[in-house]
Structures are given as C-alpha cells and as structure tokens.
Design a protein around this ligand. Structure first.
Ligand SMILES: [Zn+2]
Length: 335
C-alpha cells in the first residue's frame, strides 16, 4: 500500500510507493528491458501476465490492437479511501488513485513515426475513453496521461506504452498553470493558449506544421531543444471534446510531427504529456472551475530527452536550453 505524503517545506505531495521497487528494473531506473520479446508482458498471447483488461480495441479477428490494463506495479490504487492522517507534525493520506498502462500496439519494436493513422486513432481513442471513465470517480481530481519512451525518458519497458496516473489532488504545477490561465482570462476575456497560438500563426517562426484543426509549434520560451506543443485551433479544454474527425486530425498531425522529429534527431528518447483540464469535482473553492472551458486549453507536449537534468534544473525548476526554438523549428520545417 502506498502513501501520499505532504512536504510542508516545498508545499508539494509525493507518492511513497515501495511496491514499485519490484519492477523489472529494480533500483536501476536507467535500465530498460531489451529486445527479447519472450520476456515482454505486453505481447499478444501474454495477456495473463498483465492485470485484467480495462479497455481494448480489437480487429475483426478479435485480436487486440490497443489495450489498457492496471499497472502491475501501481503507485496508487482505486481500492484506497480518501482519508488524511496526521503523523505528529506531518500529514499523509492513503495512496488512493488509478495507475493504468495503455499498450499502444502489439508491435514491440514500433516507433511512433511508423504508426499508421489507424494506430494513432486507436491510441487516442484509448486515451480519451480512459479520461472520460476516470472522470466519473469523483474522488480523483487530476488525470495525468503521459508516455515515457526510452531510458533517458524514464521508460523501463521497451514495448510501446503510455501511462495514466489519476490522483486525489491537483498537483501543484498543474494548479499553478490553471491559475495563470484563469488570471489571464480575467484580464483579457480570452484563453492564454489561444492568444499564444494566434501570435505563433502571425509570426510563423516557430510553427512546425498545422492542419484544419490542430497546430504544432515550438514554444517561444522552450525549456528543451525541439520541445513541441500540439493544440487545437478550435479551443477545447480536454481530449473529451474531440469528435471522431478531430481525433483523426490529431492523429495526422502527431504522425507528421514524429516523422519530422525522427528525421532530424534519429532514434531519440522523449516524454509526451497530455494536458487536459482537471475533472470537475467538489473543491473547497466553488469558483475553481468557473469558466474553465473558456480559459483552459488541451494540449500535447512532446519533450525530446536529449540530455539528462542536473543540479540547476532540480534546484530551480529552471532550464538552460542550448538551442533556440526558431533554429529547431527551421530544421524541422526544412527536412
Ligand atoms: Zn513487447
């Protein structure tokens, strides 16, 4: 059983999950499982090695194309209750939450640049379906959806997969981002990300590509080389709002972005994060979600992990980016 402990000094929570140590990589978090598919629990025909399936998309033969299962080495569990305790000076709560794995494809070796539009669509439908379903559990306040690809990005299994961690609180960084967007909306009556997109479209210096519904660009103050944001041109606050056509459109831009990234960077490690508005739950402040559909925007952040973080980044949460986004955008556009 895990615990969510509160650090009073940093004003942030941490999940203490000792069962995670039994993961295949154990203490060596820098080691990733290899190319031996006989060892891989995410292969077709090895379904008994994963916990019971939560969601899947199958082909006409009944074989799964994308499936979602609970994480065997889960950091949080839906079986827990939302109770806080005191331990003298300190405060903790039971490790309530959800921790799931999206097995994106049966193909152990497939890279995102080689996904078909159909494969991206199945993946995004799985993400959307799990986001919608987890929203129904009103104890969960934030649904974090992310992909770690490669050792430098924190992956311990090679088979293409993403993870979902739903927490009974909104993490501090997310809360801060929401507050910034809310304050901007109060002053301008427009969503901050909409205004950023309009400016990027006007300047064209950092736009990598766009289609009818989505745009991919490098943020003006990119934290990392080749960091890319993909967002809707239609102002939606979560993946829940995307209809089938928009899912296809998002699949198309993701494919284009990954093809470009792999062409420029070769085989590279990366994190991909889905930023959705938090599910509407009972907050202590009833105004928390007021007009959130108008000020918060859904986006996908792709962060290539070309080097490791060091002391300065840990100390300050501030980054030194050795390549300007204009230069990176130029390379991506002209490949
Ligand atoms: Zn595999």
């Amino acid at each position: 059983m895990s615990e969510i402990r509160y650090c009073p000094l940093r004003g942030e929570r941490v999940i203490i999950a000792q069962n995670r140590l039994h993961r295949p990589s154990d203490f060596n978090m820098c080691k990733e499982s290899g190319d031996d598919i006989s060892e891989c629990p995410f292969e077709r025909g090895k379904e008994e090695f994963t916990p019971k399936e939560i969601f899947s998309i199958k082909n006409e033969k009944g074989e799964w194309l994308t499936r979602v299962v609970p994480n065997l080495y889960h950091a949080l569990s839906v079986e827990e209750r939302k109770i806080s305790y005191r331990e003298g000076f300190f405060e903790y709560q039971d490790g309530l939450g959800a921790h799931e794995v999206i097995i994106e494809t049966p193909d152990h070796f497939k890279k995102m640049k080689d996904y078909s539009i159909e494969e991206f669509k199945n993946y995004l439908l799985a993400v959307q379906s799990r986001y919608i379903d987890l929203q129904n559990d009103k104890r969960l306040e934030y649904i974090s959806i992310f992909k770690n690809s490669g050792v430098n990005a924190g992956a311990t299994l090679k088979h293409p997969h993403s993870q979902i961690i739903a927490t009974p609180f909104i993490p501090k960084e997310i809360d801060r981002e929401i507050e910034i967007a809310r304050n901007y909306y109060k002053d301008h009556k427009r969503a901050l990300l909409d205004d950023i997109v309009n400016e990027e479209l006007r300047l064209e210096k950092r736009v990598v590509c766009k289609n009818d519904h989505f745009i991919a660009f490098l943020p003006y103050a990119s934290f990392f080389p080749f960091e890319i944001f993909i967002t809707s041109l239609n102002g939606v606050c979560s993946i829940k709002a995307l209809n089938y056509d928009r899912i296809i459109s998002l699949s198309e831009i993701l494919k284009e972005v990954f093809i470009k990234l792999y062409k420029v960077l070769g085989d590279f490690d990366f994190n991909m994060i889905f930023k959705n508005s938090p599910p509407i739950t009972k907050q202590t402040d009833p105004n928390y979600f007021y007009e959130i559909d108008s000020f918060y925007r859904f986006y996908i952040q792709i962060t290539p992990r070309l080097y490791k973080f060091a002391g300065f980044e840990i100390a300050t949460n501030m980054h030194i980016n050795p390549l300007s986004p204009e230069e990176a955008s130029f390379k991506l556009k002209n490949i």
